[in-house]
Design a protein around this ligand. Structure first.
Ligand code: SF4
Length: 558
Protein backbone atom coordinates (compact mmCIF):
# COMPACT_ATOMS: atom_id res chain seq x y z
CA UNK A 1 0.00 0.00 0.00
CA UNK A 2 1.91 3.05 -1.22
CA UNK A 3 0.99 6.60 -0.27
CA UNK A 4 2.26 9.66 -2.14
CA UNK A 5 1.89 13.09 -0.57
CA UNK A 6 2.38 16.22 -2.61
CA UNK A 7 2.43 19.98 -2.35
CA UNK A 8 0.78 21.44 -5.46
CA UNK A 9 1.66 24.84 -6.97
CA UNK A 10 1.46 27.81 -6.44
CA UNK A 11 3.07 28.46 -3.08
CA UNK A 12 6.09 30.02 -1.43
CA UNK A 13 9.42 28.37 -2.34
CA UNK A 14 11.74 29.80 0.27
CA UNK A 15 11.80 26.85 2.65
CA UNK A 16 10.77 23.19 2.32
CA UNK A 17 7.19 22.58 3.48
CA UNK A 18 6.64 21.03 6.91
CA UNK A 19 3.20 19.48 6.29
CA UNK A 20 4.17 16.58 4.03
CA UNK A 21 7.46 15.78 5.89
CA UNK A 22 5.53 15.63 9.19
CA UNK A 23 2.96 13.27 7.65
CA UNK A 24 5.58 11.11 5.90
CA UNK A 25 7.50 10.77 9.18
CA UNK A 26 4.33 9.80 11.05
CA UNK A 27 3.03 7.33 8.45
CA UNK A 28 6.42 5.64 8.05
CA UNK A 29 6.64 5.22 11.83
CA UNK A 30 3.32 3.36 11.64
CA UNK A 31 4.62 1.01 8.95
CA UNK A 32 2.94 2.77 6.00
CA UNK A 33 5.06 3.14 2.87
CA UNK A 34 4.74 6.91 2.35
CA UNK A 35 6.73 9.24 0.12
CA UNK A 36 6.44 12.84 -1.02
CA UNK A 37 7.02 15.13 -3.97
CA UNK A 38 7.05 18.91 -4.14
CA UNK A 39 5.12 19.76 -7.31
CA UNK A 40 5.21 23.42 -6.32
CA UNK A 41 8.97 23.51 -6.81
CA UNK A 42 8.72 21.45 -10.00
CA UNK A 43 6.11 23.86 -11.43
CA UNK A 44 8.63 26.70 -11.21
CA UNK A 45 11.19 24.56 -13.08
CA UNK A 46 8.51 23.91 -15.73
CA UNK A 47 7.83 27.64 -16.09
CA UNK A 48 11.55 28.48 -16.18
CA UNK A 49 11.96 26.03 -19.08
CA UNK A 50 9.59 28.28 -21.04
CA UNK A 51 11.69 31.39 -20.44
CA UNK A 52 14.20 32.01 -23.22
CA UNK A 53 16.79 34.72 -23.84
CA UNK A 54 20.48 35.02 -24.71
CA UNK A 55 22.86 35.09 -21.76
CA UNK A 56 20.18 34.41 -19.12
CA UNK A 57 21.37 32.52 -16.05
CA UNK A 58 18.97 30.43 -13.95
CA UNK A 59 18.99 33.23 -11.35
CA UNK A 60 18.10 35.80 -14.04
CA UNK A 61 15.24 33.59 -15.21
CA UNK A 62 13.90 33.36 -11.65
CA UNK A 63 14.02 37.17 -11.37
CA UNK A 64 12.20 37.53 -14.69
CA UNK A 65 9.56 34.88 -14.15
CA UNK A 66 7.21 37.05 -12.10
CA UNK A 67 7.14 40.08 -14.49
CA UNK A 68 6.80 37.74 -17.47
CA UNK A 69 3.87 35.88 -15.91
CA UNK A 70 2.26 39.16 -14.86
CA UNK A 71 2.48 40.49 -18.42
CA UNK A 72 1.23 37.22 -19.91
CA UNK A 73 -1.90 37.17 -17.78
CA UNK A 74 -2.58 40.89 -17.98
CA UNK A 75 -1.92 41.53 -21.64
CA UNK A 76 -2.16 38.29 -23.54
CA UNK A 77 -4.75 36.03 -22.02
CA UNK A 78 -7.74 38.08 -23.13
CA UNK A 79 -10.96 37.01 -24.79
CA UNK A 80 -10.78 33.53 -23.32
CA UNK A 81 -13.80 31.96 -21.65
CA UNK A 82 -12.03 32.38 -18.27
CA UNK A 83 -10.49 35.83 -18.87
CA UNK A 84 -13.17 37.70 -16.95
CA UNK A 85 -12.05 35.96 -13.76
CA UNK A 86 -8.47 37.23 -14.07
CA UNK A 87 -7.71 40.45 -12.17
CA UNK A 88 -6.97 43.21 -14.69
CA UNK A 89 -4.61 46.18 -14.53
CA UNK A 90 -7.65 48.34 -15.33
CA UNK A 91 -9.49 47.15 -12.22
CA UNK A 92 -9.33 49.33 -9.10
CA UNK A 93 -8.02 46.50 -6.94
CA UNK A 94 -5.12 45.56 -9.24
CA UNK A 95 -2.56 47.48 -7.18
CA UNK A 96 -3.67 45.66 -3.98
CA UNK A 97 -3.35 42.13 -5.35
CA UNK A 98 -2.17 39.84 -2.58
CA UNK A 99 1.38 38.71 -3.33
CA UNK A 100 1.22 40.80 -6.52
CA UNK A 101 -0.36 37.77 -8.20
CA UNK A 102 -2.69 38.34 -11.16
CA UNK A 103 -2.32 34.83 -12.58
CA UNK A 104 -4.45 31.68 -12.63
CA UNK A 105 -3.42 30.98 -9.03
CA UNK A 106 -4.50 34.40 -7.73
CA UNK A 107 -7.05 34.58 -4.92
CA UNK A 108 -9.37 36.51 -7.25
CA UNK A 109 -9.26 33.96 -10.07
CA UNK A 110 -9.63 31.06 -7.62
CA UNK A 111 -12.76 32.28 -5.86
CA UNK A 112 -14.41 33.44 -9.10
CA UNK A 113 -13.66 30.28 -11.08
CA UNK A 114 -14.80 28.04 -8.22
CA UNK A 115 -18.24 29.67 -8.44
CA UNK A 116 -18.45 29.59 -12.23
CA UNK A 117 -19.94 27.13 -14.72
CA UNK A 118 -16.55 27.09 -16.50
CA UNK A 119 -14.73 25.44 -13.60
CA UNK A 120 -14.59 21.88 -14.94
CA UNK A 121 -13.79 23.04 -18.46
CA UNK A 122 -10.77 24.95 -17.13
CA UNK A 123 -9.61 22.14 -14.82
CA UNK A 124 -9.32 19.82 -17.85
CA UNK A 125 -8.16 22.38 -20.41
CA UNK A 126 -4.82 21.10 -21.71
CA UNK A 127 -4.27 24.11 -23.96
CA UNK A 128 -5.09 26.90 -21.45
CA UNK A 129 -4.64 25.58 -17.91
CA UNK A 130 -0.91 25.86 -17.24
CA UNK A 131 -1.19 23.54 -14.22
CA UNK A 132 -2.72 20.85 -16.40
CA UNK A 133 0.08 21.35 -18.94
CA UNK A 134 2.64 21.03 -16.14
CA UNK A 135 1.21 17.79 -14.69
CA UNK A 136 1.21 16.22 -18.15
CA UNK A 137 4.75 17.40 -18.97
CA UNK A 138 5.97 16.31 -15.53
CA UNK A 139 4.58 12.81 -16.11
CA UNK A 140 2.62 12.74 -12.86
CA UNK A 141 0.30 9.94 -14.03
CA UNK A 142 3.15 7.65 -15.19
CA UNK A 143 4.87 8.31 -11.83
CA UNK A 144 1.78 7.24 -9.87
CA UNK A 145 1.46 4.18 -12.08
CA UNK A 146 5.13 3.23 -11.80
CA UNK A 147 5.15 3.62 -8.03
CA UNK A 148 1.84 1.78 -7.74
CA UNK A 149 0.46 4.54 -5.55
CA UNK A 150 -2.88 3.74 -3.91
CA UNK A 151 -3.46 6.94 -1.95
CA UNK A 152 -2.53 10.41 -3.19
CA UNK A 153 -2.63 13.15 -0.53
CA UNK A 154 -2.69 16.74 -1.77
CA UNK A 155 -1.71 19.39 0.77
CA UNK A 156 -3.56 22.67 0.15
CA UNK A 157 -2.40 25.46 2.43
CA UNK A 158 -3.31 28.59 0.49
CA UNK A 159 -6.15 29.61 -1.86
CA UNK A 160 -3.40 29.91 -4.50
CA UNK A 161 -3.15 26.12 -4.54
CA UNK A 162 -6.86 25.34 -4.87
CA UNK A 163 -7.17 25.39 -8.69
CA UNK A 164 -3.88 23.51 -9.19
CA UNK A 165 -4.96 20.94 -6.54
CA UNK A 166 -8.37 20.38 -8.15
CA UNK A 167 -6.73 20.16 -11.58
CA UNK A 168 -4.43 17.43 -10.29
CA UNK A 169 -7.18 15.58 -8.45
CA UNK A 170 -9.46 15.53 -11.50
CA UNK A 171 -6.65 14.35 -13.77
CA UNK A 172 -5.80 11.48 -11.41
CA UNK A 173 -9.45 10.48 -10.91
CA UNK A 174 -9.93 10.35 -14.69
CA UNK A 175 -6.72 8.48 -15.54
CA UNK A 176 -6.35 6.31 -12.44
CA UNK A 177 -9.79 5.88 -10.83
CA UNK A 178 -8.41 3.23 -8.47
CA UNK A 179 -6.18 5.78 -6.70
CA UNK A 180 -7.82 7.29 -3.62
CA UNK A 181 -7.32 11.08 -3.79
CA UNK A 182 -7.40 12.96 -0.50
CA UNK A 183 -7.06 16.69 0.06
CA UNK A 184 -6.12 18.30 3.36
CA UNK A 185 -4.41 21.38 4.76
CA UNK A 186 -5.34 24.85 5.94
CA UNK A 187 -7.45 25.83 2.90
CA UNK A 188 -9.51 22.63 3.20
CA UNK A 189 -9.94 23.23 6.93
CA UNK A 190 -11.06 26.83 6.44
CA UNK A 191 -13.57 26.00 3.70
CA UNK A 192 -14.60 22.52 4.95
CA UNK A 193 -18.32 23.36 5.16
CA UNK A 194 -18.37 24.95 1.71
CA UNK A 195 -16.55 21.93 0.26
CA UNK A 196 -19.08 19.50 1.75
CA UNK A 197 -21.88 21.46 0.05
CA UNK A 198 -20.18 21.21 -3.33
CA UNK A 199 -20.77 17.57 -4.21
CA UNK A 200 -19.60 18.24 -7.80
CA UNK A 201 -16.08 18.85 -6.50
CA UNK A 202 -15.92 15.25 -5.28
CA UNK A 203 -15.11 14.42 -8.93
CA UNK A 204 -11.65 15.79 -8.05
CA UNK A 205 -11.11 13.85 -4.81
CA UNK A 206 -12.47 10.95 -2.79
CA UNK A 207 -12.02 12.46 0.64
CA UNK A 208 -10.99 15.50 2.62
CA UNK A 209 -9.25 15.86 5.95
CA UNK A 210 -9.86 18.97 8.05
CA UNK A 211 -7.55 20.16 10.85
CA UNK A 212 -4.35 18.26 11.75
CA UNK A 213 -3.76 15.33 9.48
CA UNK A 214 -1.56 12.67 11.09
CA UNK A 215 -4.09 10.37 12.81
CA UNK A 216 -6.96 10.93 10.32
CA UNK A 217 -4.67 10.17 7.37
CA UNK A 218 -3.39 7.01 9.02
CA UNK A 219 -6.98 5.89 9.71
CA UNK A 220 -7.90 6.71 6.12
CA UNK A 221 -4.97 4.72 4.68
CA UNK A 222 -5.92 1.71 6.83
CA UNK A 223 -9.54 1.91 5.64
CA UNK A 224 -8.53 2.20 1.97
CA UNK A 225 -6.18 -0.78 2.30
CA UNK A 226 -9.15 -2.83 3.60
CA UNK A 227 -11.41 -1.52 0.81
CA UNK A 228 -13.59 0.16 3.42
CA UNK A 229 -15.16 3.60 3.41
CA UNK A 230 -12.84 5.93 5.41
CA UNK A 231 -14.56 7.16 8.57
CA UNK A 232 -13.57 9.16 11.60
CA UNK A 233 -13.62 12.63 12.96
CA UNK A 234 -12.41 15.28 10.50
CA UNK A 235 -12.55 12.82 7.55
CA UNK A 236 -15.10 13.83 4.91
CA UNK A 237 -16.20 11.69 1.98
CA UNK A 238 -18.98 12.11 -0.57
CA UNK A 239 -21.18 10.01 1.74
CA UNK A 240 -20.55 12.11 4.84
CA UNK A 241 -23.87 13.49 6.05
CA UNK A 242 -23.21 14.75 9.58
CA UNK A 243 -19.52 15.51 9.83
CA UNK A 244 -17.93 15.53 13.24
CA UNK A 245 -15.54 18.43 13.35
CA UNK A 246 -13.15 18.88 16.21
CA UNK A 247 -9.83 20.67 16.03
CA UNK A 248 -8.33 17.66 17.82
CA UNK A 249 -4.62 18.30 18.22
CA UNK A 250 -2.04 15.57 17.91
CA UNK A 251 0.13 14.87 20.97
CA UNK A 252 3.35 16.44 19.68
CA UNK A 253 5.59 14.31 21.87
CA UNK A 254 4.20 11.15 20.26
CA UNK A 255 4.90 12.21 16.67
CA UNK A 256 7.98 11.32 14.66
CA UNK A 257 10.68 13.62 13.40
CA UNK A 258 9.72 15.23 10.05
CA UNK A 259 11.10 13.20 7.16
CA UNK A 260 12.29 15.33 4.23
CA UNK A 261 13.29 12.37 2.03
CA UNK A 262 12.27 12.97 -1.57
CA UNK A 263 12.50 16.77 -1.47
CA UNK A 264 15.28 18.53 -3.40
CA UNK A 265 16.45 20.56 -0.43
CA UNK A 266 19.06 22.58 -2.35
CA UNK A 267 16.42 23.92 -4.73
CA UNK A 268 14.55 25.98 -2.15
CA UNK A 269 15.56 29.62 -2.18
CA UNK A 270 16.77 29.62 1.42
CA UNK A 271 18.77 26.45 0.71
CA UNK A 272 21.25 28.52 -1.29
CA UNK A 273 22.53 29.84 2.04
CA UNK A 274 23.18 26.35 3.38
CA UNK A 275 20.78 23.54 4.00
CA UNK A 276 17.64 25.15 5.40
CA UNK A 277 14.72 23.16 6.80
CA UNK A 278 11.41 23.82 8.49
CA UNK A 279 10.63 22.53 11.98
CA UNK A 280 8.17 23.27 14.80
CA UNK A 281 8.41 23.10 18.57
CA UNK A 282 4.73 23.83 19.21
CA UNK A 283 1.32 23.84 17.53
CA UNK A 284 -1.64 26.09 18.19
CA UNK A 285 -1.24 29.47 19.84
CA UNK A 286 -0.96 30.04 23.60
CA UNK A 287 -2.59 33.49 23.21
CA UNK A 288 -5.40 32.56 20.80
CA UNK A 289 -7.28 35.86 21.23
CA UNK A 290 -6.49 38.14 18.27
CA UNK A 291 -9.82 39.01 16.66
CA UNK A 292 -8.39 39.20 13.13
CA UNK A 293 -6.20 36.03 13.30
CA UNK A 294 -5.50 34.61 9.84
CA UNK A 295 -2.97 31.97 10.90
CA UNK A 296 -5.31 29.79 12.97
CA UNK A 297 -8.94 30.03 11.82
CA UNK A 298 -11.74 29.23 14.29
CA UNK A 299 -12.27 26.82 15.95
CA UNK A 300 -8.69 26.97 17.10
CA UNK A 301 -6.65 23.93 18.07
CA UNK A 302 -5.27 23.70 21.60
CA UNK A 303 -1.74 24.88 22.30
CA UNK A 304 0.82 22.08 22.65
CA UNK A 305 4.62 22.08 22.99
CA UNK A 306 7.32 19.54 22.28
CA UNK A 307 9.52 18.66 25.23
CA UNK A 308 12.94 20.35 25.00
CA UNK A 309 14.72 16.96 25.07
CA UNK A 310 12.70 15.83 22.06
CA UNK A 311 13.41 19.12 20.25
CA UNK A 312 17.15 18.57 20.77
CA UNK A 313 16.94 14.94 19.62
CA UNK A 314 15.03 15.82 16.46
CA UNK A 315 17.16 18.84 15.56
CA UNK A 316 20.26 16.66 15.93
CA UNK A 317 18.61 14.19 13.56
CA UNK A 318 17.90 16.95 11.02
CA UNK A 319 21.49 18.22 11.25
CA UNK A 320 23.00 14.73 10.92
CA UNK A 321 20.64 13.43 8.22
CA UNK A 322 20.29 16.47 5.96
CA UNK A 323 23.19 18.70 7.01
CA UNK A 324 20.69 21.32 8.18
CA UNK A 325 22.42 24.59 9.04
CA UNK A 326 19.36 26.79 9.39
CA UNK A 327 15.85 26.07 10.70
CA UNK A 328 12.66 28.02 10.26
CA UNK A 329 10.76 27.19 13.45
CA UNK A 330 7.22 27.46 12.12
CA UNK A 331 5.51 27.79 15.54
CA UNK A 332 2.65 30.30 15.12
CA UNK A 333 4.02 32.11 18.17
CA UNK A 334 6.88 30.75 20.30
CA UNK A 335 6.22 31.53 23.95
CA UNK A 336 8.93 33.00 26.20
CA UNK A 337 8.88 29.82 28.29
CA UNK A 338 9.33 27.54 25.27
CA UNK A 339 12.05 29.73 23.77
CA UNK A 340 14.03 29.66 26.99
CA UNK A 341 13.55 25.93 27.55
CA UNK A 342 14.63 24.85 24.07
CA UNK A 343 17.49 27.38 23.99
CA UNK A 344 18.89 26.04 27.25
CA UNK A 345 18.52 22.47 26.00
CA UNK A 346 20.27 23.25 22.69
CA UNK A 347 23.16 24.96 24.50
CA UNK A 348 23.53 22.09 26.97
CA UNK A 349 23.56 19.53 24.17
CA UNK A 350 26.02 21.68 22.14
CA UNK A 351 23.81 21.53 19.04
CA UNK A 352 25.03 24.06 16.47
CA UNK A 353 22.29 25.35 14.19
CA UNK A 354 20.94 28.78 13.23
CA UNK A 355 17.20 29.28 13.62
CA UNK A 356 14.51 31.93 13.44
CA UNK A 357 10.91 31.99 14.51
CA UNK A 358 7.67 33.94 15.05
CA UNK A 359 6.63 35.34 18.43
CA UNK A 360 4.34 37.81 20.17
CA UNK A 361 5.66 40.95 21.82
CA UNK A 362 4.94 39.17 25.07
CA UNK A 363 5.77 40.93 28.36
CA UNK A 364 7.29 37.63 29.50
CA UNK A 365 10.30 38.18 27.20
CA UNK A 366 13.37 39.65 28.88
CA UNK A 367 16.95 40.38 27.83
CA UNK A 368 17.91 37.10 29.49
CA UNK A 369 15.59 35.17 27.13
CA UNK A 370 17.14 36.81 24.10
CA UNK A 371 20.75 36.44 25.29
CA UNK A 372 20.18 32.74 25.92
CA UNK A 373 18.39 32.21 22.61
CA UNK A 374 21.13 34.08 20.74
CA UNK A 375 23.69 31.74 22.27
CA UNK A 376 21.50 28.81 21.12
CA UNK A 377 21.58 30.01 17.49
CA UNK A 378 18.51 32.27 17.23
CA UNK A 379 19.17 34.87 14.52
CA UNK A 380 15.81 36.57 13.93
CA UNK A 381 12.35 36.92 15.45
CA UNK A 382 9.39 37.84 13.32
CA UNK A 383 7.17 39.61 15.86
CA UNK A 384 3.42 40.12 15.40
CA UNK A 385 3.61 43.85 16.13
CA UNK A 386 0.67 45.06 14.03
CA UNK A 387 0.21 48.46 15.72
CA UNK A 388 1.87 50.77 18.24
CA UNK A 389 -1.56 52.13 19.20
CA UNK A 390 -2.86 50.60 22.45
CA UNK A 391 -6.46 51.50 21.54
CA UNK A 392 -6.27 49.47 18.31
CA UNK A 393 -4.52 46.55 20.04
CA UNK A 394 -7.18 46.56 22.79
CA UNK A 395 -10.10 46.51 20.35
CA UNK A 396 -8.58 43.53 18.54
CA UNK A 397 -7.46 41.72 21.74
CA UNK A 398 -3.89 41.75 20.46
CA UNK A 399 -2.50 42.08 23.96
CA UNK A 400 0.39 44.34 22.83
CA UNK A 401 1.27 47.48 24.83
CA UNK A 402 3.31 50.23 23.23
CA UNK A 403 5.79 50.58 26.10
CA UNK A 404 6.28 46.85 26.43
CA UNK A 405 6.82 46.50 22.69
CA UNK A 406 9.45 49.25 22.95
CA UNK A 407 11.34 47.40 25.68
CA UNK A 408 11.20 44.02 23.95
CA UNK A 409 12.41 45.44 20.63
CA UNK A 410 15.36 47.10 22.36
CA UNK A 411 16.23 43.98 24.40
CA UNK A 412 16.03 41.73 21.37
CA UNK A 413 18.19 44.00 19.20
CA UNK A 414 20.69 44.46 22.06
CA UNK A 415 21.09 40.68 22.22
CA UNK A 416 22.10 40.70 18.54
CA UNK A 417 18.88 39.12 17.27
CA UNK A 418 17.27 40.69 14.21
CA UNK A 419 13.90 42.28 14.95
CA UNK A 420 11.47 41.78 12.07
CA UNK A 421 8.05 43.35 12.63
CA UNK A 422 4.77 42.35 11.00
CA UNK A 423 2.62 45.44 10.81
CA UNK A 424 -0.96 45.95 9.67
CA UNK A 425 -2.32 49.34 8.65
CA UNK A 426 -6.05 49.99 8.23
CA UNK A 427 -7.18 47.62 11.00
CA UNK A 428 -10.76 47.77 12.25
CA UNK A 429 -11.31 51.05 14.07
CA UNK A 430 -7.85 52.39 13.21
CA UNK A 431 -7.85 56.08 12.27
CA UNK A 432 -5.09 57.85 10.33
CA UNK A 433 -3.89 59.35 13.65
CA UNK A 434 -3.64 55.88 15.19
CA UNK A 435 -1.64 54.64 12.21
CA UNK A 436 0.58 57.71 12.43
CA UNK A 437 1.45 56.57 15.98
CA UNK A 438 2.67 53.30 14.48
CA UNK A 439 4.67 55.03 11.74
CA UNK A 440 6.30 57.39 14.28
CA UNK A 441 7.12 54.49 16.60
CA UNK A 442 8.78 52.56 13.79
CA UNK A 443 10.85 55.55 12.70
CA UNK A 444 11.83 56.33 16.30
CA UNK A 445 13.16 52.79 16.74
CA UNK A 446 14.57 52.24 13.27
CA UNK A 447 18.06 51.50 14.55
CA UNK A 448 16.74 48.49 16.51
CA UNK A 449 14.43 47.20 13.77
CA UNK A 450 16.01 45.13 11.02
CA UNK A 451 12.87 44.85 8.85
CA UNK A 452 9.23 45.89 8.76
CA UNK A 453 6.61 44.10 6.69
CA UNK A 454 3.54 46.22 6.07
CA UNK A 455 0.20 44.68 5.26
CA UNK A 456 -2.93 46.63 4.44
CA UNK A 457 -5.67 45.03 6.57
CA UNK A 458 -8.02 42.68 4.78
CA UNK A 459 -11.06 40.90 6.19
CA UNK A 460 -10.86 37.09 6.06
CA UNK A 461 -13.28 34.36 7.14
CA UNK A 462 -12.85 32.18 10.22
CA UNK A 463 -12.12 34.81 12.87
CA UNK A 464 -13.94 37.01 15.41
CA UNK A 465 -14.01 40.13 13.20
CA UNK A 466 -15.77 38.08 10.51
CA UNK A 467 -18.24 36.63 13.02
CA UNK A 468 -18.99 39.91 14.87
CA UNK A 469 -18.38 42.66 12.30
CA UNK A 470 -20.59 45.26 14.02
CA UNK A 471 -18.62 44.92 17.26
CA UNK A 472 -15.39 45.74 15.43
CA UNK A 473 -16.86 48.53 13.30
CA UNK A 474 -16.69 46.51 10.09
CA UNK A 475 -19.43 46.31 7.49
CA UNK A 476 -19.71 43.68 4.78
CA UNK A 477 -22.53 42.07 2.87
CA UNK A 478 -22.56 38.32 3.55
CA UNK A 479 -24.88 37.76 0.60
CA UNK A 480 -22.32 39.19 -1.74
CA UNK A 481 -19.49 37.01 -0.46
CA UNK A 482 -18.57 34.14 -2.78
CA UNK A 483 -18.39 30.80 -0.93
CA UNK A 484 -14.61 30.47 -1.41
CA UNK A 485 -13.73 34.14 -1.08
CA UNK A 486 -10.71 34.72 1.17
CA UNK A 487 -10.28 38.48 1.14
CA UNK A 488 -13.64 40.10 1.65
CA UNK A 489 -14.67 43.58 0.58
CA UNK A 490 -15.62 45.61 3.67
CA UNK A 491 -16.09 49.11 5.02
CA UNK A 492 -14.11 50.24 8.04
CA UNK A 493 -16.84 52.28 9.73
CA UNK A 494 -14.73 54.00 12.41
CA UNK A 495 -11.41 53.64 10.70
CA UNK A 496 -9.54 54.50 7.55
CA UNK A 497 -9.86 53.39 3.94
CA UNK A 498 -7.39 51.16 2.09
CA UNK A 499 -6.22 54.22 0.14
CA UNK A 500 -5.41 56.11 3.37
CA UNK A 501 -3.60 53.03 4.69
CA UNK A 502 -1.43 52.97 1.57
CA UNK A 503 -0.61 56.68 1.96
CA UNK A 504 0.64 56.02 5.50
CA UNK A 505 2.75 53.09 4.36
CA UNK A 506 4.33 55.28 1.67
CA UNK A 507 4.92 57.96 4.28
CA UNK A 508 6.83 55.46 6.43
CA UNK A 509 9.17 54.63 3.56
CA UNK A 510 9.71 58.31 2.81
CA UNK A 511 10.56 59.06 6.44
CA UNK A 512 12.82 56.01 6.60
CA UNK A 513 14.72 57.23 3.55
CA UNK A 514 15.08 60.70 5.09
CA UNK A 515 12.40 62.15 2.81
CA UNK A 516 14.40 61.20 -0.24
CA UNK A 517 12.20 58.89 -2.28
CA UNK A 518 14.50 56.33 -3.82
CA UNK A 519 13.61 54.60 -7.02
CA UNK A 520 14.91 51.07 -7.19
CA UNK A 521 16.23 49.33 -10.23
CA UNK A 522 16.23 52.42 -12.41
CA UNK A 523 19.96 52.73 -12.61
CA UNK A 524 20.27 55.87 -10.46
CA UNK A 525 23.89 55.74 -9.31
CA UNK A 526 23.84 52.12 -10.39
CA UNK A 527 26.02 50.89 -13.24
CA UNK A 528 24.40 48.76 -15.95
CA UNK A 529 26.22 45.45 -16.21
CA UNK A 530 24.10 43.52 -18.70
CA UNK A 531 20.89 43.82 -20.68
CA UNK A 532 18.86 41.76 -23.12
CA UNK A 533 15.46 40.37 -24.01
CA UNK A 534 13.50 37.52 -22.45
CA UNK A 535 10.46 35.70 -23.73
CA UNK A 536 7.91 33.42 -22.10
CA UNK A 537 5.76 31.15 -24.25
CA UNK A 538 2.81 29.58 -22.48
CA UNK A 539 -0.86 28.81 -23.10
CA UNK A 540 -0.33 29.49 -26.82
CA UNK A 541 0.90 33.04 -26.18
CA UNK A 542 4.29 34.70 -26.14
CA UNK A 543 5.42 37.70 -24.09
CA UNK A 544 8.61 39.60 -24.61
CA UNK A 545 10.35 41.93 -22.12
CA UNK A 546 13.57 43.96 -22.18
CA UNK A 547 15.66 43.56 -19.05
CA UNK A 548 18.59 45.47 -17.58
CA UNK A 549 20.81 44.20 -14.78
CA UNK A 550 22.71 46.62 -12.53
CA UNK A 551 25.92 46.33 -10.53
CA UNK A 552 23.81 46.37 -7.35
CA UNK A 553 22.11 43.14 -8.49
CA UNK A 554 18.80 44.93 -9.21
CA UNK A 555 17.01 44.05 -12.39
CA UNK A 556 14.63 46.36 -14.25
CA UNK A 557 12.19 45.22 -16.95
CA UNK A 558 10.09 46.98 -19.54
S1 SF4 B 1 -0.75 35.62 18.36
FE1 SF4 B 1 -0.84 35.13 16.16
S2 SF4 B 1 -1.54 32.99 16.02
FE2 SF4 B 1 -2.02 33.76 18.09
S3 SF4 B 1 -4.11 34.49 17.98
FE3 SF4 B 1 -2.76 36.25 17.61
S4 SF4 B 1 -2.53 36.35 15.37
FE4 SF4 B 1 -3.37 34.30 15.85
Amino acid sequence: MKVLLCLPPDYDRNYPPLGTPALVGFLNSKGVNAMQVDLNLAYRVFLLDHVKGRGLSEADKKDLLHPLMKTLFNKKLKNRYYSKFLPRRSSRSFADLPYDNNSNSSFHFTEQLLSSKHLFRYLQDESENTFCQFYLAHQVIPLLRKENVKVLGISVISPQQAIPALTLGLLVKKELPGVHVNMGGQWVTLFRKELIERKDLFACFDSLIAFEGETPLYELVKAVSRNEEPKGSNIITGKTRHPEFAPRGEGLNNLSCPDFTGLDLDDYDAGARGSALTYETSRGCYWNKCAYCVDLPLPKPSYRVKKPALVVKEIRELVNTYGAKELLMGDPGMSPRQMLAISRALIKANVKVRWWTMARLDPGFSKMHFDTAKQAGLTKINFGFESACDKVCDLLHKGNRREISRRIIKDCAAAGIMVDLQTIIGMPGETPDDAMDTVSFLIEHKKDIAAVTFNVYYLTPGNYVYLRPAHYGIGYNKNKVLPFQFMLPFTNKWGMTKGQAQVLINLYYQLLAGNKVKKTGTGVKDRITRSGRATLSLAGQKVDLRWTKYASGNMAVR
